[in-house]
Design a protein around this ligand. Structure first.
Ligand code: UMP
Length: 161
């Protein structure tokens, strides 16, 4: 996966969105942190990994992948704001269960919000990509799905989303 390329695509999309909404130079850090937490929640909902009270299975793989790359967008966007766009994901040992990995990712988001350090950002990226691996997505699939969703995000802006 060429993460440098994804950071560049994210830079372009963020700039385009900000210009379109007259927000160039605005501090959007907190909005993006909350957006990321919401995306992680949406992703968890599609996997249904925590729904011990339900017998219904997870959503289709493609739906889960699309939710996953929404989160990738906001993680890259936060890295760009904080100046950590040289970060490369490395896979770490995963939690035993998806639910635990989701919670580790959420903790990493909060830790990074509290202290915008390179090591907290690295941990956020590693935990999130490790979650993607647990969900069965290869780095190549994530890259391709990111690119497709990036394009959709431009289209949505153009059609007055
Ligand atoms: O500054 C922004 C704002 C939004 N998005 C993208 C990330 C997600 O793919 C998508 C989320 O939009 P909703 O579908 O949740 O509205 O928008 C960005 O990349 N940068």
């Amino acid at each position: 996966m060429k993460i440098e390329k994804l950071f560049e695509m994210q830079r372009g999309l963020d700039r385009y969105i900000e210009e379109g909404h007259n927000l160039t130079g605005a501090d959007l850090f907190n909005q993006k942190v909350l957006a990321l937490l919401v995306e992680i929640g949406e992703l968890a909902n599609e996997t249904r990994c925590f729904k011990f009270w339900s017998t219904k299975g997870p959503s289709e793989r493609n739906i889960i992948l699309e939710e996953f790359v929404d989160g990738v967008h906001f993680i890259l966007s936060l890295g760009l704001i904080a100046g950590f766009d040289q970060t490369k994901p490395s896979f770490e040992s995963a939690a035993e269960e998806q639910t635990e990995q989701f919670l580790l990712v959420m903790e990493a988001v909060h830790a990074f919000k509290k202290e915008k350090s390179a090591s907290y950002y690295q941990s956020l990226m590693d935990r999130y990509f490790t979650l993607g691996d647990m969900l069965g997505f290869s780095p190549e699939e994530v890259e391709a799905a990111y690119m497709a969703k990036n394009e959709v995000n431009y289209e949505r802006q153009k059609s007055g989303y």
